[in-house]
Design a protein around this ligand. Structure first.
Ligand code: MTE
Length: 251
């Protein structure tokens, strides 16, 4: 996906609900100084300074497809390291079953918080084994650069086999918990957005099909949509996490 598209067609409701809003408005976000509190069911809770996080593991570049629940997709070369690197350092206790991600909610920096579309802060969650999966990336950059504000500076999650909204931007807190977190989208419309939100062409959104997608940049008049792949094409790597689960029930 062209850099210009990846950085101008965004969902970041803290800066407005239209795709062009974040690129225009996210200049007011101050990604430094920044801390991330890692807490809850861990033996070594800690507030990490951004500079310390940057040095936790060697940065890798990974091109991932990101499929938005709305029916479009992008392919972006992210820069970051597996979230598992951080999780191992804080040593989750036996009670840690889920990980909750809380993102910045600061009215002074984020004009979109004046709207009631979501119950702020934006909260997302993963099961601990999903969070530990090597594909789950904590991203600090894209296209070899520091993350632009509209893409979730200074750090965001990228979970490539799940719908894009699981990839929380501008994270300030990571909590290890025993119970499934109530995420912002589940709170807003639990019939439409489930906790798992694995990309699944066989389970439609109640208001639209999830069978196909439009790759951003491929918008010619006669351009065919692409078929959406189970787990966004990452099934061989992640399918085992859901062995025996009814994915229509746990959507
Ligand atoms: N994170 C926060 N804090 N707020 C948001 O509104 N939108 C999500 C996700 N992370 C969102 C968020 C959605 S719906 C998508 S599709 C991706 O971010 C978009 O990421 P991108 O703009 O980098 O492509």
């Amino acid at each position: 996906t062209a850099y210009a598209d990846a950085t101008s067609y965004n969902n970041f409701y803290e800066f407005g609900t239209s795709k062009s809003d974040p690129a225009g408005a996210a200049g007011s976000l101050k990604p430094r100084p920044w801390t991330v509190a890692v807490e809850g069911e861990v033996k070594k809770p800690k507030v990490f300074d951004l500079d310390e996080l940057l040095g936790i593991a060697p940065m890798e570049e990974r091109s991932y497809r990101l499929r938005c629940v709305e029916g479009w997709s992008m392919v972006i070369p992210w820069v970051g390291w597996s979230l598992a690197e951080l999780i191992r350092r804080v040593e989750p206790t036996g009670n840690a079953k889920y990980v909750e991600f809380v993102t910045l909610a600061d009215r002074a920096q984020m004009p979109g918080l004046r709207s009631g579309v979501l119950d702020w802060p934006y909260v997302e969650g993963l099961r601990l084994d999903e969070a530990m999966h090597p594909l789950t990336l904590l991203a600090f950059g894209l296209y070899g650069e520091v993350l632009p504000n509209q893409n979730g500076a200074p750090l965001r999650l990228v979970v490539p086999w799940k719908y894009g909204f699981k990839s929380a931007k501008s994270i300030v807190k990571i909590r290890f918990v025993e119970r499934e977190p109530r995420t912002a989208w589940v709170k807003a419309a639990s019939q439409e957005y489930g906790f798992y939100s694995n990309v699944n062409p066989n389970v439609d959104h109640p208001r639209w099909s999830q069978a196909t997608e439009r790759r951003i940049g491929e918008d010619g008049l006669f351009q065919k949509k692409r078929p959406t792949l189970m787990f966004n094409g990452y099934g061989p790597q992640v399918g085992q996490l859901y062995a025996g689960m009814d994915l229509k029930k746990y959507f």
